[in-house]
Write a protein that binds this ligand. Structure first.
Ligand SMILES: NC(=O)c1ccc[n+]([C@@H]2O[C@H](COP(=O)([O-])OP(=O)(O)OC[C@H]3O[C@@H](n4cnc5c(N)ncnc54)[C@H](OP(=O)(O)O)[C@@H]3O)[C@@H](O)[C@H]2O)c1
Length: 275
């Protein structure tokens, strides 16, 4: 497990990478270098990049059965989520998350830019009073099926073809965002929305941030299509980071388990990073 220490200098370096500015930075010790290997794949602008993030308990829950989801993650888990938000162009959530949590999806725990907010709301049930529609923050884009009635709204609605299975295609969502210059995307939840993106093989990285609490019952943070045998389970290359209050499992779906002995991140040297 790799300990992560985020310094202000390293965070400014990551923000400048996110803006396309490549400057060398000194890496004083291992924990700072580990921070670079955790966040650099998100910050680098190498075409389309989709990541998902789940903050969960030791027993894999994201809320109680009554829907209390406040503070599952510890303070460092929350800072981690906000760093991820600050490094991407857009944050995507399903309408179930907006109904349950009424989030603002802004960057507050660290310095950095707020992402565009995207709600996948196939059937047009996003509450008009949702906080993000009225907080004066970054634009909200709502993805709807093209077969539902058009309603006047103050936010931009992107109408996509409904698939034969009744869902919107995550690929269509990614392409619609790319047309607007939004090429790095954080799918923040919930489980339904993340599973659609993973099933469509669109997720490059999945961060599972585990907090040391046991809820014992309640919804899971990840829910993939059912499988019969463990041999069919997803086995991404996983790097594990101790970020303080929480542990982050960084799952690389683009690398098969076993190919990870020399990861691109492990090539970062301790003297300097030139991106
Ligand atoms: N701890 C965390 O990291 C975290 C983060 C976010 C959310 N959460 C929790 O997750 C829970 C909500 O998760 P959830 O799985 O119930 O809901 P969700 O994923 O937020 O939203 C699911 C709904 O969004 C729409 N949707 C999403 N993807 C779609 C697609 N590809 N095509 C068409 N429609 C799509 C559908 O709406 P319709 O039903 O209208 O068709 C779907 O039922 C809450 O308890 C929240 O607190 C936890």
């Amino acid at each position: 497990m790799q300990p992560v220490r985020m310094t202000d200098q390293m965070w400014q370096h990551l923000l400048s990478l996110r803006d396309g500015n490549v400057r060398p930075v000194a890496l004083p010790d291992d924990p700072v270098a580990c921070g670079l290997s955790l966040y650099k794949p998100i910050a680098l602008r190498n075409g389309s990049f989709v990541m998902a993030q789940v903050g969960q308990s030791l027993d894999g829950r994201v809320a109680t059965p009554t829907g209390d989801a406040q503070d599952v993650s510890g303070c460092d888990g929350i800072a981690h989520l906000h760093r991820c938000r600050a490094l991407v162009d857009a944050v995507v959530v399903g309408v179930g998350t907006v109904v349950a949590d009424n989030p603002s999806l802004s960057v507050r725990a660290v310095s950095g830019r707020n992402p565009v907010r995207v709600v996948v709301d196939c059937n047009g049930r996003l509450p008009e009073h949702a906080k993000m529609l009225h907080d004066g923050g970054m634009p909200v884009l709502v993805m709807q099926a093209d077969d539902i009635a058009v309603k006047p709204s103050a936010h931009e609605v992107i109408r996509l073809k409904r698939q034969a299975n009744g869902w919107l295609s995550p690929q269509d969502i990614v392409e619609a965002l790319a047309k607007r210059g939004l090429t790095s995307i954080l799918v923040e939840g919930g489980a339904t929305t993340i599973s659609r993106f993973v099933d469509a093989c669109l997720v490059d990285r999945l961060h599972v941030s585990v907090a040391p609490i046991i809820i014992g019952s309640g919804p899971a943070g990840i829910r993939f299509s059912p499988i019969d045998r463990l041999s069919e389970a997803r086995r991404p290359d996983v790097q594990v980071y101790n970020i303080g209050s929480d542990i982050v499992f960084d799952c690389n779906f683009r690398a098969e388990a076993g190919d990870a002995a020399v990861s691109p991140q492990s090539q970062d040297v301790l003297m300097a990073d030139t991106a």
